[in-house]
Design a protein around this ligand. Structure first.
Ligand code: HEM
Length: 482
């Protein structure tokens, strides 16, 4: 297994420090035999390290799903392992997804590293009324009726992006381009930071988040050469920029130049939320919103390149919409309703390459699943691909087939956006972004993978294509120019 030095040294220190603590704890609390027998089968491996390194290495090599499948094949649909020092129950199948989304004994969580970078008061860590209160603020800006109103602004950002970054170029690295695009859309539409006056703030934030996202699944050891330390520093700079934006918004609110409905940050201020809480939640939102949709767009472009039938159908659908518009006229909400096949292709992409690999929940009280006890203090994990690549649910799962989404799917089988009370509140926003962007990419350009780009990818934690997915492009006409 490959392991870089920045991982190994802090890990050894962490291992030695924790080894004795774990030993002492185990000696002072002998397991209750009956409870012990009810625990899921499996192994926690070495103290603290557990299976962390082997699983992380599999993820980097894009064999994380195979790793989990193999584990489940050996130990069954409910098993135990240890990840980042946390005792983990791995559960598999649609009923496992249902349990994860609905059990009262489980609550959402982020990784320790992400918590330290984003801040502990982020929506993902909140429970009960605190969660409901903050979620309602997010939903205020992400619900269907409101998202309808964003189509024009998203259209403008997409056209501006393609005009500035695609026209005049022969080769594009898709992933970085889509990250910039989705970041800019979020800044304009949700944070009210326009392209002109806030250009520098947008650039600073975007740079810090490119670094920060690399640390989400890092080992949280703050030593000079660790990934975690670099990401922590980026998060401090990011927080500083968000704090400056909040100050600016507060002044406008106090002068009566804005109101609670202007944008998410102003709304949070008007609701009396403390600055640190706003920063934690905005940091989380930036992470949750832009790389996920950028991943969807990147892999949709990749899949269409290698599935010519689907590509032709998407072109036909988009060109029909384009023919119904005057030259330069922006897309409308009704136009998006005509893009059914394109959205099915996007969902098929989310099925095959879900941006979020797994869903983790903290066990807040003992729970039971399939006759196994999962004690308080553990975490429960499922991975999207365990159902989304199950041939019993999606026959021939390696085949890209958007028509799978033309009829209803078995419940809890397609879970790229999660489910239950925590289901992604940004799913409609992501749909609008993806459809508008694909419209202008499809009607504006032809593309094919560049020579030497094989479309392979690794995952850490989001899927990341080799070379950012290089494509050769050729403009079709000038409809994407502003
Ligand atoms: C293709 C794009 C996206 C995917 C695949 C995705 C996926 C997810 C998943 C799997 C969860 C966890 C759900 C659960 O625990 O059951 C989540 C949560 C969340 N997502 Fe998304 N997401 C996407 C885009 C967005 C966008 C565009 C936004 C905001 C504009 C957003 C905001 C959030 C927030 C705030 C949460 C936390 C919800 C809570 O804990 O109550 N996401 N997302």
């Amino acid at each position: 297994m490959e392991m870089d030095a920045s991982v190994l040294a802090p890990l050894v220190a962490l291992f030695l420090a924790s080894f004795f603590l774990v030993l002492r704890k185990h000696r002072s609390s002998p397991p209750d035999d009956r409870r012990h027998q009810q625990l899921p089968p499996g192994s926690f491996g070495l103290p603290v390290i557990g299976q962390t390194l082997s699983f992380l290495s599999a993820l980097r090599g894009n064999t994380g799903e195979a790793w989990l499948r193999q584990w489940a094949a050996v130990y069954g649909p409910v098993s135990r392992f240890s990840f980042f020092g946390v005792r983990t129950a791995l559960i598999v199948g649609p009923s496992a997804n249902k349990f994860l989304f609905s059990s009262a004994g489980l609550t959402a969580k982020t990784t320790t590293a992400m918590n330290r970078m984003v801040g502990r008061r982020n929506i993902r860590e909140l429970t009960g009324n605190n969660h409901r209160h903050v979620r309602a603020m997010f939903v205020q800006f992400l619900k269907l009726d409101v998202v309808r109103g964003y189509v024009g602004a998203i259209d403008d950002e997409v056209r501006h992006h393609l005009s500035a970054n695609w026209h005049g170029h022969a080769t594009i690295a898709v992933m970085p381009s889509m990250k910039t695009l989705t970041f800019d859309i979020m800044c304009t539409v949700i944070f009210g930071l326009d392209r002109g006056a806030h250009a520098a703030m947008r650039r600073d934030l975007s740079m810090e988040f490119q670094q920060l996202v690399r640390g989400v699944w890092s080992i949280p050891v703050n030593l000079p050469f660790t990934t975690f330390r670099k990401c922590l520093a980026a998060s401090q700079r990011g927080r500083h920029t968000v704090a400056k934006i909040i100050d600016e918004k507060r002044r406008k609110l106090e002068r009566g130049e804005s109101s609670s409905s202007n944008d998410l940050m102003t709304h949070m201020l008007a609701e009396g939320m403390a600055d640190d809480d706003i920063i934690d939640n905005i940091m989380f939102m930036i992470l949750a919103a832009h790389d996920t949709t950028a991943t969807l767009l990147t892999f949709l472009i990749r899949h269409l390149d290698s599935n010519k039938d689907a590509y032709a159908k998407v072109i036909a659908e988009q060109e029909e919409v384009a023919r119904s518009k005057a030259r330069g006229e922006a897309l409308s909400w009704d136009d998006l309703g005509k893009m059914r096949y394109t959205w099915a292709a996007a969902m098929e992409t989310l099925r095959m390459v879900p941006p979020i690999f797994g869903n983790f929940k903290r066990v807040v009280e003992d729970v039971e699943f399939n006759g196994h006890l999962i004690p308080k203090g553990w975490q429960v994990m499922t991975a999207m691909n365990l159902t989304q690549w199950d041939p019993a649910i999606f026959p021939d799962p390696g085949r890209f087939d958007p028509t799978r989404f033309e009829s209803p799917l078995p419940p809890y089988s397609f879970v790229a956006f999660g489910g239950g009370g925590r289901v992604c509140p940004g799913n409609e926003f992501a749909r609008v972004e993806a459809l508008v962007a694909m419209h202008y990419i499809i009607t504006g350009f032809r593309w094919k993978l560049a020579d030497g780009c094989d479309g392979s990818f690794s995952r850490y934690p989001l899927p990341s294509p080799a070379q950012g997915l290089l494509i050769d492009i050729e403009p079709k006409d000038t409809t994407t120019s502003p």
